[in-house]
Write a protein that binds this ligand. Structure first.
Ligand SMILES: Nc1ncnc2c1ncn2[C@@H]1O[C@H](COP(=O)(O)OP(=O)(O)OP(=O)(O)O)[C@@H](O)[C@H]1O
Ligand SMILES: [Mg+2]
Length: 355
């Protein structure tokens, strides 16, 4: 087995990340009626984010925090409004034709809804094979062999059984594997997986997550994994990094194990304290949840200062007027004015530790 870490691959590439976003902004415009001016919605704000070769990065955040928008910018489906996006060191807006072609096949997306992502009129050999023919990764004589190979990699065997199937003849888990196979067929450097297991049976989820982890470890494919579920984030990203998003901003990043064991940002602390614990003994000894009483504010009525201040238990005057800079704090990068003065976050009471 060939184990490729992000660091080793990066040395070969002079440390240039696959994706580098600096001060990136994305605005959408919403019109209430034909006579009104469109309203600007700032969906991504001051995003500084990198994905190195061969690494796994998990992005977590509530619904509406901008996770999919960020993935869509990275895959090129949405254009940035401002800031910089570099792919393999090249600014996205000034790439040559060859660089654009490399970019298009190097970044592949796995969608949440596998049923919608596959054409119901096409068999699997067509769904997987046509992009290979277009990109000249296969020709008519070796197509069957190449398609069978990617099906084997995603553990859809015997491959003959799947090759002539239509998407409705497959289970949700099998369709999700087909999407992974379709991405793999392009020899990607990075796979963007946007909630890829949220629509399949719980019993099948772990096997899909393990498949992605295996592709990362054995082939050095970088993975950006999007989820709103912290347990999944912890599992998928056990060897990687995490970025926590809130209302279009990244509020905390760092090594997954460290960030989740020692969360610094009050938003992440609140998310962690709200995760249900199935063990009643642990649940009883858990500290009171830091409940966020209000819903995520609307993009059309963005809070001033720190975007989280309207829900933050520790909010001070400065939080209402000034946006916090992202700073290194311990092993994490955190965007919070008060990070030095917050009480230490403990999930359980002391009594529980001695039990
Ligand atoms: N085309 C669009 N026009 C206007 N607003 C949009 C558009 N696409 C997304 N938004 C808004 O941008 C915000 C971020 O959306 P996005 O889909 O990126 O969130 P998300 O974190 O992926 O949420 P979820 O967990 O529900 O998938 C949301 O408030 C959404 O309503
Ligand atoms: Mg989304």
């Amino acid at each position: 087995m060939c184990y490729v870490t992000g660091a080793i691959m990066n040395e070969k590439n002079n440390g240039v990340p696959i994706v580098q976003l600096d001060n990136l902004e994305v605005d959408f415009y919403k019109r209430k009626g034909i006579l009104t001016n469109p309203q600007r919605l700032n969906v991504l704000h001051k995003i500084d984010f990198t994905i190195d070769r061969g690494e796994i990065v998990v992005v977590v955040g509530e619904s509406g925090s901008g996770k999919t928008t960020m993935a869509n910018v990275i895959s090129g489906q949405i254009k940035k409004t401002d800031g910089s996006y570099k792919f393999n060191g090249h600014e996205i807006t000034s790439m040559t034709k060859e660089q654009i072609s490399e970019y298009r096949s190097s970044i592949q997306m796995i969608q949440q809804d596998s049923y919608a992502a596959l054409n119901p009129m096409r068999t699997m050999i067509k769904s997987l094979g046509d992009p290979m023919l277009i990109k000249k990764i296969a020709n008519k004589s070796n197509l069957l062999e190449k398609v069978s190979k990617v099906l084997e990699t995603v553990e859809l065997t015997p491959t003959d059984h799947f090759i002539n199937k239509y998407s409705h003849q497959l289970s949700g888990g099998q369709r999700q594997r087909i999407l992974i196979a379709r991405a793999l067929a392009m020899n990607p450097q990075l796979i963007l997986a946007d909630e890829p297991v949220s629509m399949i049976d719980v019993s099948l989820r772990v096997s899909i997550l393990n498949l992605l982890a295996r592709l990362n470890q054995e082939r050095g494919i970088a993975i950006l994994y999007i989820t709103h579920d912290l347990a999944t984030a912890r599992y998928v990203g056990r060897n990687g990094r995490i970025a926590v998003m809130y209302l279009g901003q990244i509020v905390e990043t760092g090594n997954v194990q460290e960030v989740l064991a020692n969360p610094k940002h009050p938003y992440l602390q609140a998310l962690l304290s709200a995760v249900p614990i199935p063990d009643p003994r642990l649940s009883r000894s858990r500290k009171k949840a830091i409940i966020m009483e209000t819903d995520l504010p609307s993009l059309s009525n963005m809070p001033s200062g720190c975007r989280y201040h309207t829900r933050c238990l520790y909010c001070k005057e400065i939080c209402k007027s000034e946006q916090p800079q992202t700073r290194q704090y311990g092993a994490s990068m955190v965007a919070c004015h008060l990070v030095e003065e917050l009480p230490k976050f403990e999930l359980y009471d002391k009594i529980a530790e001695n039990q």
